[in-house]
Ligand binder design. Structure first.
Ligand code: ADP
Length: 601
């Protein structure tokens, strides 16, 4: 409201402040929305990761657990016990076949029996010379040593004979208290891993040294999560656990630890099309689950890109929401402002219209008064000019009356009553005529405002002619009239009469020096009403005067003869009644004034 009152620089500063505040609020809200959405998405990711970890753990446990009993059973088998007790080709052969059968039935990778020194005596793969364990010594393998020392062992490693990875479960074989050998089952974990690969997720299993030995991403396998200490490298070379000396680090970098035990990490990823596979690092959320019975840890990596995208989406939505609200508020404010301005403008306009209307009303009244005055002046001027003719008009009957009175007196003295009656009737007629004339004059000179009524054209013309009778008669003007009795126009009788008097008098003036003096008066019905023509055989209108005729005080007459007001007043009167007045020249000479007036209902 008070805005428009503020000076411009102040208003501008206020706007800048408002924009800055809006930007700050938007930035803050976006940041908040980003953090909130990120935390939410990460929490959902963690929950999902926990479930996946559980599934992977149970798939490993069930893959191993299925064969747990096998070494135990073998360690109690009579044929195995016999073979270890006293080895012979026959016994070895029998145990070989037995192991082969059991291995096929159980679906394990290999079953074999080693003696006290670690030498394999029988094996399920005896028949394949390239793969057979028989005759090889495995005393360096941890699962052998564990079984010798504690009765049983378990170990993951790459087969030194086959080159295939496997999980080894071992159990000591005893004769009474004395150790005679060790029974071993090798389990193929690659099949478990093959099932994982189908999921498209990122999962890896590390041993106690942090070496990845299972993963559905081949490029991560047999690599150390973090660089290995020398002692570990040495011991691995001894046990030939991974049957290789080179276990390059994966390049995992630890980020901050999250609330629920998950950790942000980054890993180099290979981008298709680039030569350096470690060129790009990618952030992951890493979750871990320990498998204590194996000494392993399963790690599940979740891609953080969708989390970022979700957070960015939330921030964008928030920004859009705030900006939309701000735009709506600005629009609303502008609308209110516009409405206020419009209201103010309307009030001002209304006041101005009222003022102008009042001024117009006043001006109109003054004009009307002035016109009334002019009309009156015109009438008086016309009367003045007609006074000689009028005196003549009145003198004639007066003289006649005087003569009649004298003769009547004589007749009365003589007692000729009939003659007296005749004379008196004639005197009455003459007096009547004079009364009529003076009535017309009185009416004509009357000062009064115009009325709108139905005026018979013929009567108005009659009265106008009556005022000019003596002049027309004296100047021997022939009058031809053809005005239908039903010709009635809208106007004021006296005013219309005045117009006719003006036009007739002008015509008589113009015909002053003409040989032929004829007035033709007609009225014709047209689409607009009635067209009344007053035609003379006078001088006609000079071309130079054509456009000045109706100007006030334009006259070609000598001083004292004309005021130059007649046509201008007549024009105004006719126009006031909604009509027109124009002048033209007749083809055969003389002028014609045409009054056009609307027909009275
Ligand atoms: P006034 O008669 O006092 O001169 P008017 O306004 O009546 O004033 O006429 C203006 C002029 O128009 C006249 O002086 C005359 O020159 C011209 N006029 C008017 N009527 C006629 C006519 N019938 N024929 C020729 N001229 C005319």
């Amino acid at each position: 409201m008070a805005d428009s009152v503020l000076p411009r620089p102040l208003r501008r500063r206020r706007l800048a402040l408002l924009v800055a505040a809006l930007a700050a609020v938007t930035a803050l809200a976006c940041w908040g929305a980003y953090r909130w959405a990120e935390a939410e998405a990460r929490a959902a990711l963690t929950l999902d990761g926990d479930q996946r970890l559980g599934l992977y753990a149970s798939s490993i446990r069930s893959a191993v657990g299925r064969y747990d009993y096998l070494p135990f059973l073998l360690a109690r088998d009579h044929e195995v016990l016999d073979l270890l007790d006293a080895p012979s080709d026959q016994r070895r052969d029998a145990v070989n076949r037995r192991l082969e059968m059991a291995n096929t039935a159980a679906g394990s990778a290999a079953l074999y029996v080693v003696d006290r020194s670690g030498l394999a005596l029988a094996s399920s793969n005896w028949a394949d010379p390239a793969q057979s364990f028989v005759g090889h010594t495995y005393d360096f393998r941890p699962y052998f040593r564990q079984a010798v020392e504690t009765g049983s062992g378990r170990y993951f490693g790459i087969g030194v004979t086959t080159g295939l990875p496997g999980y080894f479960l071992s159990h000591a074989v005893r004769q009474g208290e004395a150790l005679t050998g060790v029974a071993v089952v090798k389990i193929d974990l690659e099949t478990v891993q093959r099932d994982w690969a189908a999921g498209g997720e990122r999962v890896l299993v590390t041993d106690e040294n942090g070496i990845v030995f299972l993963s559905n991403h081949a490029e991560w396998k047999y690599r150390a999560l973090r660089p290995l200490p020398d002692a570990v490298t040495d011991s691995l070379a001894q046990t030939r656990q991974y049957d290789r000396s080179d276990l390059p680090p994966l390049g995992l970098r630890d980020g901050p630890l999250m609330e629920n035990g998950a950790r942000l990490v980054s890993l180099p990823v290979s981008v298709p099309g680039t030569s350096d596979p470690g060129a790009t690092r990618r952030a992951f959320l890493m979750q871990e689950l320990a498998l204590p019975e194996f000494g392993w840890t399963i790690r599940f990596l979740s891609d953080l890109e969708p989390v970022k995208a979700q957070a960015a989406g939330a921030a964008t939505l928030t920004a859009m929401g705030i900006l939309l609200l701000a735009a709506a508020a600005a629009l609303g404010w502008q609308r209110r402002q516009t409405l206020r301005l419009q209201r103010e403008a309307r009030v001002t306009l209304e006041r101005r219209v009222e003022e102008r209307t009042a001024e117009l009303v006043t001006a109109n009244r003054i004009l009307r008064d002035a016109q009334e005055e002019l009309v009156q002046a015109g009438k008086l001027a016309a009367l003045g000019q007609m006074s000689a003719a009028l005196a003549h008009e009145i003198n004639q009957p007066l003289a006649a009356i005087r003569t009649f009175v004298a003769s009547t007196r004589l007749l009365a003295e003589r007692g000729e009553t009939a003659m007296v009656r005749d004379n008196l009737a004639m005197i009455g007629d003459l007096a009547e005529r004079m009364a009529l004339l003076s009535g017309h004059l009185k009416e004509f000179a009357r000062k009064g405002p115009a009325r709108v009524e139905a005026v018979p054209v013929a009567r108005a013309m009659d009265r106008a002619l009556a005022l000019l009778t003596s002049r027309l008669r004296e100047e021997e003007v022939q009058v031809d009239r053809s005005i239908p009795p039903d010709a009635r126009v809208r106007g004021d009788a006296v005013r219309l009469e005045q117009v006719f008097v003006n036009l007739l008098r002008n015509a008589a003036d113009a015909m002053d020096g003409s040989d032929e003096r004829r007035l033709t008066l007609t009225a014709v019905r047209t689409a607009e009403g009635w067209e009344i023509r007053i035609r003379d055989t006078g001088t006609g209108i000079a071309e130079a005067h054509q456009f000045q005729l109706f100007d006030p005080f334009f006259t070609t007459k000598e001083v004292g003869q004309g005021l130059g007001l007649g046509l201008s007043l007549s024009y105004g009167i006719v126009r006031d009644f909604g009509g027109t007045l124009r002048a033209e020249n007749n083809p055969e000479g003389g002028a014609c004034f045409v009054v056009q007036l609307p027909e009275a209902q």
